[in-house]
Write a protein that binds this ligand. Structure first.
Ligand code: F6R
Length: 727
């Protein structure tokens, strides 16, 4: 079955790009990027190599065409099969999804140009569309896409909000898109956050009428909030709502708190297009990237339309497409339990329809765990009938019966459990997660922020020390932006009292007063850059000393083994972190080379809403990859932990370290050493509980899942997944 249109890709050797003709227009492609590959022939000076790159580029574009679903009907088969209420297109990586979304937007603009008409676009802000906008800018700069016929309407703006404020959606749109394209400024419409309270109604109705007068939106681009909001249409929004002033939900304000330097600075209200305004658009595309969106994406697509999940209201629109990456789609039934809907032995006709193809050891483990939890029966009690009724009869081609399958999976799970995370010395390790030798291992625990180590693996950390391993901890960032200004003042005031008690010298008091004054000036936005940097230094010092106290409590007292990497990407001042550089990777790499560890523990928890964990993990992966030919790295086990924001699913866990009730208390005390993070962290994400509460709940939940599956009952379990170098 053909997936995309038949298009011939040519290349121009002299000028080093590929081109193709589509809908009467010539498209030039200079490079191709995916999460792992980057093909850029125009940067290759050597002519022979450049030609090779051009051939690769041609193949990559052809592959893209083959896998790109060009119209919604092509999705209908999968949609019907998996009972999805909204058509979706899934991509391996957000960049690929963004290019696809940008292409839909560009095609809409070009089609309108051919008709000699204006194109009325509804646009969104937030982190999700940023890559789409940069692709549109590229199309403008490199492929002559013109925005002269485009009239835009933005979904929303905070209220009150000055247009020039660094937090305004106005500024966002100009920085990311409008400043780089040829749109006529008169054609840009964004709700005005400056409008006075008495003129809001008039302003909203005018905004709404302007869209109507132009014949409605040709295309509306949307992101989705973690509570399912579209625009600022929060849960409970009426389907009939139009542009108006709205209250912003607490969870939404939490998500914006980092940009604003704390939730208290996030406005409570906004002006937003209504759900009806959005639904009246001729075409809608909603984009969502990353696992933090996976739960709400599942609800919006699989649950019956309801106003508690505003994005589900899009189900009644006849031309809506959700563009997802694999992570945001990962909770859909097609990925969680496709065997219930289709014969997974047959590969799907479209790539990524489901990532589970065929029965193998890993898929069988996943399916049996799913079945046991679904039937609320321990694994060893599952019957042939349970398997057959749930589309899992195919497993009996591998194992003869439910009896054999149950035992196989039960043992697999049993073998993940160990009280010896560094390996049990002199024991038979053939079915243990970690090897027994050497009996004393060099270990590096990487912690993105100064408390992730104890929050996510405090119990395992404790055991590694107790069992005599040579443990090093590397704190990748200072975590200084997460210290409240009020807390800093409190520390200064406390220290003032101590100084007064022990010394007559008033120089510390003077200094401390100076800083307290600076903090107040900062709040009033008057502080200079230098003063701001000093305050951040002090906040970093507080977090460093807290981390040291936590390590000491767990028995790691040698300061030489506690490393503060202060990776440069971690900009101070609450700006969005973009990417790591060579300098970041070098810091991690140098430490790994110096310690030559037998084991590395790293945060694999990519649900962190601010992206810091993701970048920290990327720096570790890049370091490991660049060292992969060294002997010690080949023998190094790399274990990924979660816990601060999320927990591994049981089928992902390859090492499960149980915690006794006493260890849970010890872990809690270690987390408590991070006093600046107690009683309300600055950036708690969408979970108002403190980190120790989340960590305890999650590790207890994992332990309960193990016991529900019929394994031993523990008070808590910390789970780890192995990162394989060859993957
Ligand atoms: C943006 C907007 C919001 C965002 C949503 C997702 O104009 O109205 O609905 O689309 O909050 O934001 P990100 O993309 O940052 O996750």
């Amino acid at each position: 079955m053909r997936q995309g249109p038949e298009v011939k890709i040519n290349f121009n050797k002299k000028r080093s790009f590929c081109y193709y003709n589509l809908n009467g227009r010539r498209f030039k492609v200079y490079n191709w990027k995916s999460s792992t590959t980057c093909i850029e022939p125009n940067k290759e000076p050597n002519l022979v190599k450049r030609k090779e790159d051009l051939i690769k580029l041609k193949k990559a574009i052809e592959k893209d065409f083959r896998k790109t679903p060009f119209n919604i009907e092509k999705n209908l088969y999968d949609q019907s099969l998996f009972n999805e209420r909204i058509p979706i297109s899934i991509f391996e990586h957000p960049i690929e999804g963004s290019i696809y979304a940008a292409k839909i937007i560009a095609d809409t603009i070009i089609n309108k140009q051919h008709l000699g008409e204006n194109c009325i676009l509804g646009l969104a802000t937030g982190s999700s569309p940023i890559t789409i906008y940069s692709e549109l800018v590229r199309l403008h700069q490199e492929e002559n896409l013109s925005f002269k016929n485009v009239i835009t309407f933005n979904l929303d703006e905070y209220w009150p909000m000055n247009k020039n404020s660094k937090y305004s959606y106005h500024k966002f749109m100009f920085d990311n898109l409008f400043n780089h394209i040829d749109i006529d400024p008169k054609n840009i419409n964004i709700p005005n956050g400056d409008v006075s309270s008495k003129n809001i109604e008039k302003h909203c109705i005018k905004f709404e009428n302007q869209i109507k007068k132009l014949g409605g939106l040709d295309l509306q681009l949307l992101g989705i909030g973690r509570n399912g909001h579209i625009g600022f249409n929060e849960p409970g929004t009426l389907k009939s709502s139009i542009t108006r002033k709205v209250r912003i939900e607490y969870t939404t304000r939490f998500d914006a708190s980092e940009e604003f330097g704390g939730i208290d600075n996030v406005p409570n209200e906004a002006i937003s297009m209504g759900t009806k305004t959005i639904l009246d658009a001729k075409r809608i595309i909603l984009v969502a990237w990353g696992s933090s969106k996976s739960k709400i994406i599942k609800k919006a697509i699989e649950e019956k339309e309801n106003d508690i999940i505003p994005a589900s209201l899009l189900q009644s629109h006849n031309n809506t497409l959700f563009i997802l990456d694999k992570d945001s789609a990962s909770n859909l039934e097609r990925f969680m339990c496709p065997w219930l809907y289709t014969d997974i032995n047959k590969p799907p006709f479209k790539p990524l329809s489901t990532t589970i193809i065929g029965w193998n050891k890993e898929n069988i483990k996943k399916a049996v765990i799913w079945l046991s939890l679904k039937k609320k029966k321990p694994i060893l009690l599952l019957t042939d009938e349970d398997y057959n009724e749930n589309g899992m009869g195919g497993i009996f081609e591998h194992y003869k019966s439910s009896y054999e399958t149950n035992i196989e999976v039960f043992n697999l799970l049993q073998h993940t459990i160990t009280g010896w995370p560094g390996g049990k010395p002199n024991a038979d390790d053939s079915s243990r997660p970690e090897r027994s030798s050497p009996p004393k291992k060099r270990v590096i625990i990487f912690s993105p922020h100064p408390d992730d180590d104890v929050i996510s693996m405090g119990g395992t950390f404790d055991r590694l020390i107790q069992q005599g391993h040579d443990v090093h901890v590397a704190y990748q960032t200072s975590g200084n932006t997460a210290v409240w200004d009020e807390y800093l003042i409190e520390i200064f005031e406390q220290n003032d009292e101590i100084y007064k008690a022990i010394s007559k010298d008033s120089s510390f008091l003077k200094l401390s007063n100076k800083y307290i004054k600076q903090i107040k000036e900062y709040t009033e936005q008057k502080i200079d850059k230098k003063g701001f940097a000093t305050l951040n230094e002090i906040k970093g010092a507080i977090r460093r000393s807290e981390a040291y106290q936590a390590c000491k409590l767990l028995g790691l007292k040698d300061k030489e083994k506690i490393h503060f990497l202060d990776m440069p990407f971690y900009q101070k001042g609450g700006k969005k972190r973009k990417d790591i550089s060579k300098k970041d990777v070098d810091k991690v790499k140098n430490l790994i080379q110096k310690i030559k560890p037998h084991q590395i523990f790293a945060a694999g928890d990519l649900n962190d809403p601010h992206g810091t964990h993701r970048l920290c993990l990327r720096s570790i992966y890049q370091s490991i990859r660049s060292l992969k030919n060294l002997k010690f790295i080949k023998n190094c086990s790399i274990w990924l932990y979660k816990g601060a924001w999320n927990e591994w699913k049981v089928n992902d866990i390859e090492m499960a370290v149980p915690l006794s009730p006493d260890q849970i208390i010890k872990k809690r005390k270690a987390i408590f050493k991070h006093k600046s993070q107690k009683d309300g962290a600055v950036f708690p994400g969408n979970d108002p509980r403190e980190f120790w509460q989340r960590a305890e709940e999650r590790s207890a939940k994992t332990a309960n899942k193990y016991s529900e599956l019929g394994l031993a009952k523990y008070a808590a379990i910390e789970g780890f997944k192995r990162y394989r170098l060859d993957v």
